[in-house]
Design a protein around this ligand. Structure first.
Ligand code: ADP
Ligand code: ASP
Ligand code: MG
Length: 406
């Protein structure tokens, strides 16, 4: 059985017109004699009737007073509505299909509601259903605990459902259909001349996804990389082939120059707060330990960490900052905080050891009078922290400086 996994994101399912495109992609692959596992997201984006954010608004009215388990139950409805609607369209088109929820599709997760981790995928029911149906539609973004409770996999988690199924079913390919042409050198909503990339390695896209390029979920990339399943990110609305994500060996012969590129793209994470904690009286050997242990115990995710002999500087999401500051004050520290910052990243497998990359970044930002609040680097990424109001200009300036539009 030749199996292809197709995943359609929210905007790809949000209107009748969009769903016609979905059917077009399904028919084309059925004509190629594939059996299809189609993973769907909830329809549309914030404001649309059955979108995930719209479901969340139902409880926002009550000050978000809902237990995490029941919140996940609510969120799972979006994908179920979407899957049943697609099933109806396929039936109308005389294409045999059936719908499986995350649980029925074999997703066993832990009970970390809202951000559950997949423990196992048992694809046996899907395989059985594929014998009688051309298409098995699976509700993305969800699984179930050992006890049988619904869980969700974190925002954007339908991508993860898709690559996890690709791996479990040994699919030939996982196609992630979305509202852009593929993986681009930057978010096209911010950088107008961002360019689609024909090929990216698992490592390149993993770094981009981790740095905020939400075109694919980072966990989805990790799973694809571990199982070496090729993934294509492509547009629902055009015929373009999109971006192939695979190992460099997979595209070396096809695409020239790509292995040599220094910088793959730029990405961002907005709405973060920079927190600075300094020891009151010279050195406090336990300061870092106290600070980071307290953050961990309170489930506050920290990033952009710089530790000095007398203190620590790091970032948290704006939504966690009040809680973080209050914890630090309770520990007797007098933290300083700067909210409304953005982390802007320059990502590229080829920047390691190349002189002048940081100089170029500083030059690009200085030319625009953008203040760098903090910086850090790894062998594949250089991050700078800027004020949120400078973020768009910073991304455009860096994109231009590294000539990524070429
Ligand atoms: P879907 O609902 O299809 O999963 P998402 O909104 O989750 O769609 O992801 C697609 C969006 O990702 C695009 O509309 C685009 O604005 C954004 N994006 C951010 N960075 C990139 C990038 N480097 N390349 C392509 N899209 C990006
Ligand atoms: N519907 C979920 C979300 O909006 C999952 C997804 O779209 O991937 O986060
Ligand atoms: Mg998405």
């Amino acid at each position: 059985m030749r199996i292809l996994v197709q995943k359609f994101g929210g905007t790809s399912l949000s209107s009748e017109k969009a769903r016609e495109h979905v059917v077009r992609h399904i028919k084309r692959e059925l004509d190629q004699n594939y059996k299809l596992v189609v993973v769907v997201s909830a329809m549309g984006r914030k404001g649309d009737p059955y979108a995930t954010d719209t479901l969340l608004d139902l409880v926002a009215q009550n000050g978000n007073a809902i237990p995490p388990r029941e919140r996940d139950l609510l969120l799972c409805c979006g994908e179920i509505i979407s899957a049943a609607t697609l099933c109806s369209i396929l039936q109308h088109e005389l294409i045999s299909s059936t719908v499986l929820t995350g649980a029925q599709a074999g997703f066993l997760t832990d009970d970390h509601y809202g951000n559950a981790r997949i423990l196992n995928v048992d694809p046996s029911r899907i395989i059985r259903e594929l014998e009688y149906n051309d298409v098995v539609i699976v509700t993305g973004f969800q699984g179930q605990t050992e006890k049988g409770d619904f869980t969700t996999l974190g925002r954007g988690g339908s991508d993860t459902s898709a690559t996890a199924l690709g791996a479990a079913l040994h699919a030939e390919m996982v196609d992630i259909y979305t509202d852009v042409e593929g993986v681009l050198t930057a978010d096209p909503r911010i950088v107008e001349d961002a360019k689609p990339l024909a090929y990216v390695s698992y490592t390149e896209i993993s770094n981009m996804a981790h740095q905020g390029a939400k075109v694919i979920h980072p966990r989805a990339v990790e799973i694809a990389m571990q199982s070496q399943i090729p993934v294509r990110v492509r547009s629902t609305f055009t015929e373009s082939e999109g971006t192939l994500i695979t190992q460099p060996e997979g595209f070396k012969d096809v695409q020239t120059g790509i292995i040599d590129r220094f910088v793959t793209g730029v990405a961002y994470v907005s709405n973060v707060t920079q927190i600075t904690v300094e020891s009151q009286d010279g050195e406090d050997h336990h300061l870092q330990l106290k600070v980071f242990k307290a953050m961990a115990e309170n489930d506050i995710s920290v990033d952009f960490i710089n530790v000095t002999p007398t203190g620590a500087v790091y970032t948290v999401f704006d939504s966690d900052s009040e809680k973080a500051i209050s914890i630090l004050q309770q520990l007797g520290f007098k933290p300083k905080s700067l909210s409304g910052c953005a982390k802007v990243s320059v990502i590229g497998g080829g920047i390691n050891g190349v002189p002048g990359i940081m100089a170029k970044i500083v030059e690009a930002l200085t030319e625009q009078d953008i203040q760098i609040l903090q910086s850090a680097d790894s062998n594949t990424t250089i991050w700078v922290l800027v004020k949120k109001e400078d973020m768009v200009q910073a991304l455009r300036a860096l994109h231009a400086k590294f000539e990524l539009h070429r």
